[in-house]
Ligand binder design. Structure first.
Ligand SMILES: [Zn+2]
Length: 338
């Protein structure tokens, strides 16, 4: 899922995304709740109409952002047993509150097709005791999210799907406990939270495989925040993940890192002067419109150095298409058993 945090995949329009073969995009409840406001998006007919994207949208609940954006300043975020009170990063600190009910209702107001449970995500270095506390809270909050989701869904002809999130940090016993709880909720899909997955690609794949073993085969497994490089995607797909999102392809593109099958890094750093007179396209084996149209590395190097807006579009198209092509290839080779 290309990431469109603020109802836009940065620098791309709908036609660009369709051209890449994107089937679903991700938007963020925390950001849209604060600006332009979920209720305003609802008044404008929902997120699909608002951003002119008629295909599926998944919204992240905002639990991770509330805590990560205020991680440097504990005064910005206070967790209690019923929810999180936080200060906006946009306007110098206006006070807001997310509870499972508010975060779920906000995502339903946005009109997402897949809404995520509001969870208490712990950082990877959290202690067992802190992780266990967050886990208990996450499970209790999931029950509250389900109540709000069920009562809202009963009034809709085409209700969204709710995904529960497995937490448990780096502790296998807690991840197992969390997986059991989420499986028992019998929701349309199941996710594994970023902090639970691992910091290295190998560790991430092992942890996903550990959870996948326990899950019903007919439920999609969404690995949250996974997929920095194309090879990361291949390893988590092989481990059993069906959906993933990561800001990396778009963010790396904007920073000059363009995917290329280099044996070690998987990128070219287009800012380097070695590309100043390089007439080749980024990757001659790439089918993205940037490469097939013939935009050279020298031109991209120039646009990057000159901070030209066109650079963002050409680079983002290349990185996202590389990721989507990787997934398409894996999908075509998959043995589907129902
Ligand atoms: Zn390309």
């Amino acid at each position: 899922m290309p990431v469109g945090t603020a109802a836009t995949v940065k620098s791309l329009c709908r036609e660009d995304l369709e051209g890449l073969g994107a089937q679903i995009i991700l938007a963020n409840n925390y950001h849209l709740f604060l600006r332009p406001g979920s209720s305003n998006v609802k008044k404008l007919g929902g997120l699909h109409k608002f951003m002119n994207w008629p295909h599926p949208i998944l919204t992240d609940s905002g639990g991770f952002q509330v805590q990560s954006l205020s991680a440097d300043d504990v005064a910005m975020c206070k967790i209690d047993e019923d929810g999180v009170t936080f200060r906006s990063h946009l306007d110098g600190g206006s006070l807001h509150r997310f509870t499972p009910q508010i975060a779920t209702k906000s995502q339903i107001d946005l009109g997402a097709d897949i809404v995520m449970a509001f969870d208490d995500s712990t950082p990877p270095n959290a202690t067992h005791a802190r992780t266990l506390k967050a886990l208990d809270r996450t499970h209790r909050w999931l029950s509250e999210c389900i109540k709000t989701w069920k009562s809202s869904s009963s009034k809709q002809t085409d209700p969204p799907a709710l995904f529960g999130i497995i937490q448990g940090g780096t502790y296998p016993d807690l991840r197992q406990q969390s997986a059991r709880f989420v499986i028992d909720c019998d929701l349309p899909g199941i996710a594994i939270g970023g902090a639970s997955i691992g910091t290295k690609a190998q560790e991430t794949a092992e942890n996903i495989a550990f959870v996948r073993e326990m899950l019903p085969k007919n439920k999609p497994l969404y690995a949250m925040g996974v997929g920095v490089t194309p090879s990361d995607l291949v390893s988590v797909i092989k481990a059993g993940a069906d959906m993933f999102d990561c800001v990396a392809p778009t963010r790396l593109a904007r920073c000059g890192q363009l995917y290329h099958p280099e044996p070690k890094t998987e990128y070219l750093d287009i800012s380097k002067s070695q590309f100043k007179l390089d007439k080749k396209v980024i990757n001659s084996g790439c089918d993205c419109s940037t490469c097939t149209s013939g935009y050279s590395r020298a031109y991209l190097h120039h646009l990057f150095k000159a901070k030209e807006l066109l650079y963002h579009k050409l680079a983002t198209i290349h990185n996202l298409r590389t990721m989507i092509r990787t997934v398409e290839k894996e999908r075509s080779q998959a043995i589907i058993t129902v």
